[in-house]
Design a protein around this ligand. Structure first.
Ligand SMILES: Nc1ncnc2c1ncn2[C@@H]1O[C@H](COP(=O)(O)OP(=O)(O)O)[C@@H](O)[C@H]1O
Ligand SMILES: [Mg+2]
Length: 431
C-alpha cells in the first residue's frame, strides 16, 4: 500500500439550502482512500454517505475543506474515477454494447477502440453473449452488471459504488459480489481502490479491508475498523462473527453527545427524521426479544439472524424503540426497558395505551400535532400545516415520509385520526 492517498478529504463541510435554515449534512469530515484497498462506508440513511462520494468524485463541491484526488485538488469531475449507482439508468433503446460504449463516446474515443474496450468490459462482468440484448431483456442482476461494465470501460483508477447491490435479491447480490471480488483479486482491471456504501453489515464484513462508520447530524466518520481477514472470507467462522460483532458495537456505541448529557437515551427534536417503521415491526421485535433465552442480553446480530432480517431492516426498528424508550441499545446488544417489557407482555389495549404515552412523551412531532388539535375549536388541521413546518429541517420528500410515519403511529395509539382523502388530521374519526 503506497503512502499517498488516492482520495483525501480533510475538514470537509457541506450544507444544503433549505427555506429557512440550511441543513448541515457533512461537518469536519476527514477520509482517505489508499491504493490496494476496498473501503466500505456504513451509516444511517441521511448521514451524508452519497454526498461524500459525490464530493470525492467532484460532482458536488463542499462549502469548505480540502478535497484531493490522485494528489491534486478537485474542482470538477475527476477523470479516472467512476461511480456505480444502485440502479443504473440504461438507455432502453440501446443494446448492452451500445450502452457500455456510451461513456467512451463522450470521451472522444474512436469507434473501433470503443467497440474493443466495451466488448472487453462486457466480458469481464460476465455478460459475454448479451452484447446485442436490450435492457428490457435483462434481469436486475444483469442490468447491474451492465452498470459495472459502463463504470470499468473508462479504465478508472478508483471505483466508487453507492449501494451497488441493495436493489438485487440475495442470491444475485451474492453472486455479483463474489465476481467483483474475483475481478479485484485477479487484477483484471486498472482499479487501484474501491469504495462502496452499504446498509448491509455482512456485506461490509465480507468485502472490505477497512470499514468507515458514519454518524449523523451532521455526517462524519465516527469509527473506523480495519479488517485483516483474507479472502475468500467464510461467513461461518469465529473470526467473521467477531468482526460482525465489532461492527455492530461501533454502530451502536452511545454517541459522545449522549454521553455528555448523561442520558443513555436519544432526545429528538420536532424535525427529526423518524425512521420509517411500522407498528407491527416494533411490536414484533419487542416480542421476539422478550422470548429470547436471555432477554437482558440479546445480541443484535443474532436477533437479525433469528428473524431473518437484514440489518437495513433492523436498525430503523431498534432506533425507533430507543426513541420511544422501549429499548436500550449499546455495544451491539439490545435490552427492553420496563416499558418495553410491559408492552411485549401486554394485551392490545394495554399496548395501545402504553404506546400513546411513550409517543406523546418522546416524539415532539406527535406531541405537537396533538396539542394543535387540542387547541383548535374544531379539533382539525390539514396535513399541509405540519408538512410546511417539517420542511424547515427536512426535504419535501423527507417531510412527507416523517409525517406519514407519525400519522401511522398516532392512529394506532389513537391520539389522533386521519382522513386520507381529505388530508385532514383530527381528534375524532371523521366517520
Ligand atoms: N442535492 C441536495 N439538495 C438538498 N438536500 C440534499 C441534497 N442531497 C442530499 N441532501 C440531503 O442531505 C442529507 C444527506 O443525504 P445523503 O448524502 O444522500 O445521505 P445518505 O447517502 O447517507 O443516505 C439528507 O438529509 C438529504 O436529504
Ligand atoms: Mg445514499
Amino acid at each position: 500500500m503506497s503512502k499517498d492517498p488516492l482520495i483525501e478529504l480533510k475538514s470537509v463541510a457541506k450544507s444544503f439550502r433549505r427555506d429557512k435554515q440550511d441543513l448541515l449534512v457533512l461537518s469536519d469530515l476527514a477520509l482517505s482512500v489508499y491504493s490496494g484497498e476496498i473501503v466500505a462506508v456504513l451509516g444511517k440513511s441521511g448521514s451524508g454517505k452519497s454526498t461524500t462520494l459525490k464530493v470525492a468524485l467532484g460532482l458536488t463541491m463542499p462549502d469548505s475543506g480540502s478535497v484531493k484526488a490522485f494528489g491534486r485538488p478537485v474542482s470538477a469531475p475527476v477523470p479516472k474515477m467512476t461511480m456505480v449507482f444502485q440502479n443504473f439508468a440504461l438507455m432502453p433503446w440501446l443494446t448492452v454494447l451500445q450502452n457500455v460504449e456510451l461513456g467512451l463516446e463522450a470521451m472522444g474515443v474512436s469507434k473501433q477502440e470503443r467497440r474493443q474496450r466495451a466488448l472487453k468490459a462486457i466480458d469481464i462482468v460476465g455478460l459475454d453473449g448479451f452484447e446485442s440484448a436490450y435492457p428490457r431483456e435483462l434481469s436486475g442482476g444483469m442490468s447491474q452488471r451492465v452498470g459495472f461494465a459502463r463504470a470499468i470501460v473508462v479504465e478508472p483508477r478508483v471505483l466508487l459504488m453507492d449501494e451497488p447491490f441493495s436493489s438485487l435479491d440475495i442470491l444475485t447480490a451474492d453472486n455479483l459480489r463474489n465476481d467483483l471480488l474475483d475481478l479485484w483479486q485477479e487484477r483484471q482491471t486498472h482499479i487501484e481502490a474501491m469504495v462502496f456504501v452499504t446498509h448491509n453489515i455482512e456485506e461490509a464484513a465480507l468485502m472490505a479491508d477497512r470499514i468507515l462508520i458514519f454518524g449523523i447530524n451532521p455526517g462524519n466518520v465516527i469509527a473506523e475498523i480495519k479488517v485483516d481477514l483474507s479472502h475468500p472470507r467464510r461467513e461461518q467462522s469465529e473470526a467473521f462473527d467477531a468482526l460482525v460483532d465489532k461492527i455492530y458495537s461501533a454502530m451502536t456505541a452511545p454517541s459522545s453527545q449522549r454521553a455528555m448529557t448523561g442520558s443513555t437515551f436519544k432526545v429528538i427534536g420536532l424535525g427529526y427524521r423518524l425512521p420509517k417503521v411500522s407498528i407491527s415491526e416494533l411490536s414484533g421485535l419487542m416480542e421476539a426479544i422478550c422470548f429470547e433465552d436471555r432477554p437482558d442480553k440479546v445480541e443484535l446480530h443474532e436477533l437479525a439472524d433469528d428473524l431473518l432480517l437484514g440489518v437495513d431492516d433492523l436498525f430503523p426498528i431498534t432506533e425507533t424503540l430507543e426513541i420511544l424508550r422501549f429499548a436500550k441499545v449499546s455495544s451491539g446488544k439490545i435490552e427492553l426497558t420496563p416499558a418495553g417489557l410491559h408492552f411485549a407482555q401486554g394485551d392490545i389495549q394495554e399496548q395501545k395505551a402504553l404506546f400513546a404515552s411513550q409517543l406523546t412523551r418522546y416524539v415532539p412531532l406527535a406531541r405537537h400535532i396533538r396539542r394543535v388539535l387540542d387547541e383548535r375549536p374544531d379539533h382539525m388541521a390539514k396535513e399541509e400545516r405540519f408538512l410546511r413546518e417539517l420542511e424547515d429541517s427536512l426535504s419535501e420528500e423527507g417531510a412527507e415520509e416523517v409525517l406519514a410515519t407519525v400519522i401511522e403511529w398516532g392512529r394506532y395509539a389513537e391520539i389522533f385520526a386521519f382522513d386520507y382523502k381529505a388530508g385532514i388530521l383530527s381528534l375524532e374519526n371523521p366517520d
